[in-house]
Structures are given as C-alpha cells and as structure tokens.
Design a protein. Structure first.
Length: 566
C-alpha cells in the first residue's frame, strides 16, 4: 500500500516491458531514433476506462520519448459507425489531457490506397474473389485441430479476380454476394491465416465518404496498412490482437511496404462492470441505464459526469501499469485514485442525506450566527467560508441512537458531541413515533462557552458531527450509486444466464438531501466533499430550482483496507 500513496517527490519506477523495447530501439537508432505511436479507436461506441488506459499509454510514451501520437479512427464499418461517436472520442481524449495536434486521421482517408494494396495482392496471386456464403466459409474453415478446405474459387485466374474486384467496387453485386480473400494457407495452425476475408460489399453510406464506396476493407486489412502509411514506429495493441499479428506481418510483407513494430499488452478488465462496447451498447439501447454517460457505466463520459477527474484516471492508469497477462483490477483501486485527487482539491461543505432534526432548547429563537469553517484543511490557500447556525438543525439519523453500544461516540441520551465548527451540544430528551419507534426529534442544550475557535473552547469530546441549519439549508436531489452488477465478474456468467442477469437493481438510489447554502451557486461539474460522507459532483441535470448531486465515491476506502489486511 505504501508505494502508491501520494508523495511530494515522485518516486522512480522501473521501466515496463514496452518502455524497455522502445529504449532498446532508440539505443540502436531504429526508425531514425524517432517514436511515433497512435490511438486507433473504432467510432462504433463511446470510449470506456479501458480505452483511457490505452490513451494514456500511447500519448504518454510519445511524450516521454519526445515523439508524436496520431489519433486515427479505424472507420471501416459504416453499418456501426456514427459521427456522434467520433465527436465523443475526440472530447474524451482532450478531457484526459492529451493533444494530437494536427494529426487527426481516418482509415477512410486511405480507402483508395488500400484498394491499390488489394490489387497488388491479386496481381501476385495472393488474393482472390470468393463467392462462398458466410456460412460456407465458416464450415470450410476447419477447426484448430482440423485443417480447412480450399474454396472452389481459390484458383480463379488473376485477370478474372481483377475484373470481379473492379465490378465489386462498381456496385454490380449485392451485399454478401462476393468477398475478397487473402490466399494464404487453409491448413495453417493459425486460424486467422486460413484465407481471411479482406474486403466485403456493403451498400451503406459512410459517415465521411458517403456513397463513394460500396466495398470496405476489413479491420485486419486496414489496421496494419494504415499504421504503415502513417509511419508509425510502435503499434501498441491489446492482447486479443496478438493472434492477428502473423496476418498483419504477412500482408505488409506481401504488399511490400514499411513494417511498424506491433506490441501487445494486457487490456484493462475492471471488477463489477463490463468492458465490451457491444454489451455497453445493449445496456444503453435496452434502457437498462440512462445513456452512455450514466455515472454507473465505465465509459469515460460516464466517469466524467459522475465527477471523476482526468488526473485521477491518469494516475490509475499509471498505478496499474502495463502487463503481458490479462487480469481483473479491483474497482476500489480506481476509487482510491479519485479520493486521493479530490482530497487535495475539493471544497468541504456540510450536507445531510438522512435528516433528523435537533432543537437547541437553550439557544435564542431568533439568533443566527456565522461559523467559520475551513474550505479544505489539505489546502490552506483555499481559505474559509461562513456557515449559518441557528436553533434548529439537521444531523444524520445514523448519528443518534437511543441505546448506543459502548464505542458509539455520537449523540445519545445524556451524551455530548461537538457540532463541526460550532458548539458542543448535549442530548437532553427526544421524541419518537409510538407506533414505528422512529426517532422524530432530538432536544439538546448547547454550551455557549464551547464555540469552535474561541480561546475558552478547550473542552474535548470524542464525537464530532456535521449539520445544517434547518431554515437555511438548500434542498437538493442526491443520487447515490452502487456497483452496476452484483457479482465481481458478470462476464463469467453461470450456465443459462447472461451478464444482464447480474445487474444490480439497487445500483441507483435517489434521496432528498439538505446542504449548507454555500452551494447555492454551484455549477455542473463542480465537486465537493460532503464532510464525513463522501465526494459529490453537481450533475448536468441541475437547474436554478433544484440542485442535483452525484455521489462520486464515499469517504470509506475499501481498497486501502484490503491492502492493509494483506
């Protein structure tokens, strides 16, 4: 636990395996000693925390080694891609603190060049037009232990393939009627090398090229060649692309173009959520969440709306590091990172979520005092604020017990507590509902000589409670979030169940809270620590009539406790 705590001086860390590769390449002057990475999202959904790790890695490496990073959209499937996703991706990358400058590219920028690459393969006898259906190709592909069978169209003449491919481009065939396949080895032990499809017909308008094309390269064909066109030095991918690398290498070799170095690292898997864009899209489309920016989702826009900061996410990416083996990261580590960041930044305010009225019987009826309270004890430059204090106050219901256990240091009959930045009060009596037994109101006396900050207020008590003045409190909608799923790994579904069967139906609770009036002018995105409760962010749904707060994370640090217990 000690090694991840914040320090005044950054601690040196060992190189990760990608940095070791880069430094070895630099040492030998490879690629002219230049470093050029890229972040290549597909614009078919919103980015999530796993993409944030890749963004931090690619842009961070380029920054460390005085290199460059391209933002390239691999937009090769117009059926699933939208301008909305392109715009959201750019917003997310900028919000995380990275700048691709003038290097914004699209695979669609290279459609003509990719088409020419395909012609090179056909002319070399390394690609052919195939009329098999998707089902026939799947059946003839074989299994990892059984070789595939050659397509009956595999030995078409080169001139016939060139003519058919030209007609495919001209729109003379229907979707699915023909594909272009690489001619490699149907008996290869690597399934991706068994004559993979590299072009298919899609009579669908593209968000950038409109109706200029009706054939589109497959991702595997466009990806490596786009890296080559852009002179990328280190093509950094997640581990699932490791099995694709032989195909990337084969294509680049047969086409005869510059070969970037592909390096694979473990993707980020986070507990109690799903990281598949397909599954996230299902949750959104089926209205199981409130949209892509639902604060319960691991999407970057969801984390941003909840109140996470780019600094916390970058720190999280740095802590988890870069590995060669997949693992599941405890989501409480991400929560640790936002606590660490907001503890230094967030202004403190007092808010009560489960109100219980206390009445100070010996306090003057019409007196209102201004109590001095620190805005952030971690940052003296944050100054202080005035908090209004009066005869009737709200405290949390959990802070009073009629018959408390021995180590309960909050309010109870005959016991004293200090009200934060105010007075020491003593419970004299209380009333409760005779039917339900619920405590309705607590009557206290206050000690006028115990005012916080005054020389005569040296008397000590064990408990300190937060509070708000009843007559001055701002009513607010408070959204409390729990894990989106009930189990740690919802992807590992039980037989007969899907990840959706593990959704936590209690993952959102909406309360009416009462907050001190200093928050009246708070704006969406502004973050606070509600003292003794947690960190909260003003939601976009706020309006002049109703403030809405999202709970970012409670103060209780479950991850730190787990580490301490090890």
């Amino acid at each position: 636990m000690e090694e991840i705590k914040s320090k005044e001086e950054p601690q040196a860390r060992s190189l990760n395996f990608i940095e070791e590769i880069i430094e070895e390449d630099l040492k030998h002057g490879k690629n002219g000693s230049r470093i050029h990475t890229r972040f290549p999202p597909e614009p078919n959904g919103y980015l999530h925390i796993g993409h944030a790790k890749s963004i931090c890695l690619n842009f961070g490496l380029a920054k460390k080694y005085q290199g460059k990073t391209n933002l390239r959209f691999d937009d090769t499937n117009p059926v699933k891609e939208e301008v909305e996703y392109v715009d959201s991706i750019k917003e997310d990358v900028r919000w995380l603190g990275f700048d691709w400058e003038d290097r914004e590219f699209y695979a669609s920028d290279y459609f003509e060049q990719l088409y020419e690459f395909a012609l090179i393969l056909i002319r070399k006898g390394k690609a052919y037009v195939c009329d098999q259906t998707a089902e026939e190709m799947s059946e003839s592909r074989g299994t990892p232990t059984r070789p595939g069978k050659d397509s009956p169209y595999r030995n078409r003449a080169i001139d016939e393939n060139l003519e058919l491919f030209s007609k495919m481009r001209a729109g003379e065939f229907a979707d699915g009627a023909k594909v272009l396949r690489a001619r490699i080895d149907m008996a290869s032990p690597i399934m991706h090398m068994r004559d993979p499809v590299i072009y298919r017909i899609l009579h669908t308008s593209h968000h950038r090229t409109r109706d200029s094309w009706c054939i589109y390269p497959m991702y595997d064909f466009a990806h490596g060649q786009s890296d080559s066109i852009e002179n990328i030095t280190h093509s950094i991918c997640t581990l699932e692309f490791e099995v694709h690398r032989p195909l990337y290498d084969w294509l680049i070799h047969e086409i005869g173009i510059y070969a970037p170095r592909q390096i694979e690292f473990a993707r980020l898997n986070l507990s109690y959520t799903v990281m598949s864009k397909r599954k996230l899209l299902e949750l959104v489309q089926e209205k199981l969440v409130r949209g892509w920016d639902d604060p319960r989702l691991p999407t970057i826009c969801g984390l941003r709306r909840r109140g996470y900061t780019p600094e916390a996410i970058r720190n999280f990416a740095d802590i988890i590091g870069v590995a060669k083996r997949d693992s599941v990261i405890d989501i409480s580590l991400l929560e640790f990172c936002i606590r660490e960041d907001l503890n230094k930044k967030a202004l403190r305010v007092m808010g009560v979520l489960n109100p219980l009225k206390i009445v100070l019987d010996n306090y003057p009826d019409d007196l209102v005092e201004e109590m001095e309270a620190a805005n952030n004890p971690e940052d003296p430059s944050a100054g202080s604020r005035k908090v209004l204090f009066s005869k009737e106050l709200y405290i949390e219901q959990e802070d009073f017990m009629e018959d408390p256990p021995a180590k309960f240091f909050r309010l109870a009959p005959g016991r004293e507590v200090r009200l934060r930045s105010a007075y020491i009060v003593k419970c004299e009596s209380f009333t409760k509902d005779p039917v339900s037994g619920k405590i309705l109101e607590v009557h206290c006396s206050y000690d006028p000589g115990s005012k916080s900050g005054m020389p005569e207020s040296n008397r000590k008590v064990k408990g300190t409670l937060h509070w708000v003045s009843v007559k001055h409190a701002i009513k607010a909608e408070i959204r409390l979030y729990d894990r989106l799923f009930r189990v740690e790994n919802p992807d590992n579904a039980e037989e007969g169940k899907t990840y959706k069967d593990f959704l936590n139906t209690d993952s959102l609770e909406i309360k009416t809270g009462y907050i001190e009036p200093s928050v009246q002018s708070a704006t969406p995105g502004q973050k606070f620590q509600f003292e003794r409760l947690g960190y909260y962010c003003v939601d976009y749904d706020s309006n002049p009539e109703t403030l809405v707060f999202n709970c970012i994370v409670p103060l209780r640090d479950s991850w730190a406790k787990k580490e301490k217990a090890k």
